[in-house]
Design a protein around this ligand. Sequence first.
Ligand code: ZN
Length: 377
Amino acid sequence: MLFKEIPVHENTRQRLLSLADNDRIPHALLIEGPSGTGKFALARAFAQYIHCTGRKPGDKDSCGVCPSCIQHQSMSHIDTHYVFPVVKLDKMTNAPVSDDFLTEWKEYLDGRRFMDFSVWTETFDKKNAQPITYANESGALLRKLSFAAHGSKYKVVLWWLPEKMNEEAANKILKMLEEPWEDTLFIMVSDNPKELLPTIYSRVQRISTGRVADSVIAGILETERGIGSEDAMSIAHNADGSVTAALRSIGSRSDENEFFNMFVTLMRQAYQRKIADLKEWSAALATLGREKEIKFYEYSVRLIRENFIYNFKLPQLNYLNSTESAFSVRFARFINERNVEKLIEVFDKARIDIAGNANGKIVNLDVAIKVILLLKQ
Ligand SMILES: [Zn+2]
């Protein structure tokens, strides 16, 4: 991973470069900040930079072609070790360590710059799996780190989500952090540093990163996914500073189109008071299944809110994609200060009821009837 492949956290990159260039790399470093923002990619780029033998002073990035870089790019660098949360599968007698899942890990990391814990969890193919780092990880690490570095100045441990280690593991790791080896660097990356044992947290040098700016996320979506600038900005805004969330929402765009169509149908038929059609609409929504119904109601709340804002004619405050925006030209005037709160309440309550196992058809039809009344206000 090269720094130039990661268009986020410019300040953090500068700090990492300066630590390496001035030979002041701490033995235990923690990069902390919100999830899905490219922190682990930066850690990988940093490890490669530390090991790169082809870079010249002032290059500010790895060379990408020396043997070390090539090994890093294929995740087979001999002095780089990975620790990440894993799941004990039913067939396992002992608690697993990271190396038991190295193949899956490399597959997961291949081409990935923005981590997604839920996608990693899915690789274990086990219901309700909660990946963690078990105590025997420390023994495995000790064995690996007891060898001298193979030609590099430093052995590097790239550790994803140390907050996922259990307490026994944390106590063992603490000893390693308290008496660091000269030639070993721990580079940890945490989404929730508050969950780390305070004793560990106080042992590491920390670099904090923030959320990624909407404009940067939109830029990534435009240049790498070919999404139009209006849609890119709308997706970025709803992603709350996480590139992973933005990429995920592109993945669920076909869902969003479906929800948009359901929403438009509901509003048209409610406006025309077509009760029989609305009954069909309720049944059709129910067939999508509970999870999608809940997402539909979440989506609808957002659309109602955005349409209310649309009336103020302040495009910089509006985050509608191009299809939604075209619909709002004529629809927005129906959402006003008299009904906006009540409408949101109706959709929000439906979401809660559906989540609480209420009968979808009944809840949906109830929503439709309330919408008929509220649209006339
Ligand atoms: Zn290199």
